[in-house]
Design a protein around this ligand. Structure first.
Ligand SMILES: [Zn+2]
Length: 196
């Protein structure tokens, strides 16, 4: 297995990295660019997978190409906003303005959603709590501040890590059972997290 460069030193982030390391329903890590499964009798073991009712009761978010993806985004947005609101005193990642509550902020992508690959579109370490103004005005100054703050929070190599990690997920198809499994793992590992 590839050594993941994203597992960085430091307090709760170690836990966070491992909990958000894109885990399958079984808890097994998914390899980016894994070879195509052999066409034997188990060629589609998750065919007919039914998204559980608790997941289908999550409201639809603003990103995604299917109801499960939209719900997955709703979860990741709430997760990153709750995480950052508590850890960084409610401050917008880009301008530092204090928000009244996590619901007042938005889950902003550093690398834009549209240019992220597969599961990396939903990676919590490419998303941070932002005020609406900064999230909707992606000029160079705001983007630069966003990046500088991510480096301060995660370490100097974090922006390189985002690029490398994103590249690993090119061409990987999003699957419902994996997205649901990831949310189960987030809930299990982060008892403070309240589902939207
Ligand atoms: Zn801001």
């Amino acid at each position: 297995m590839l050594k993941r460069s994203g597992f960085k030193k430091g307090g709760t982030f170690r836990t966070l990295k491992s909990t958000t390391g894109l885990l399958g329903a079984s808890g097994a890590k998914i390899k980016a660019h894994s070879p195509k499964p052999k066409r034997t009798k188990n060629k589609l073991p998750h065919k007919g997978y039914k998204v559980p009712d608790w997941f289908r009761s999550i409201p639809l978010g603003s990103h995604g190409n299917s109801p499960t993806q939209k719900r997955y985004w709703k979860v990741i947005s709430a997760f990153t906003r709750q995480r950052d609101f508590n850890k960084y005193h409610g401050k917008c990642v880009s301008c530092g303005k204090r928000l009244e509550s996590w619901q007042d902020g938005q889950g902003a992508h550093y690398r834009r959603y549209a240019t992220c690959n597969s599961y990396f579109k939903f990676h919590p370490d490419n998303v941070a709590l932002s005020c609406a103004y900064c999230n909707q005005n992606e000029d160079g100054v705001i983007g630069h501040s966003f990046g500088e703050e991510l480096k301060r929070r995660y370490g100097e190599k974090h922006l390189d890590w985002i690029e490398k990690e994103n590249n690993k997920w090119r061409g990987v198809k999003l699957e419902d059972h994996i997205m649901v499994g990831h949310v189960e793992k987030l809930l299990e590992d982060n008892p403070w997290f309240v589902l939207p």
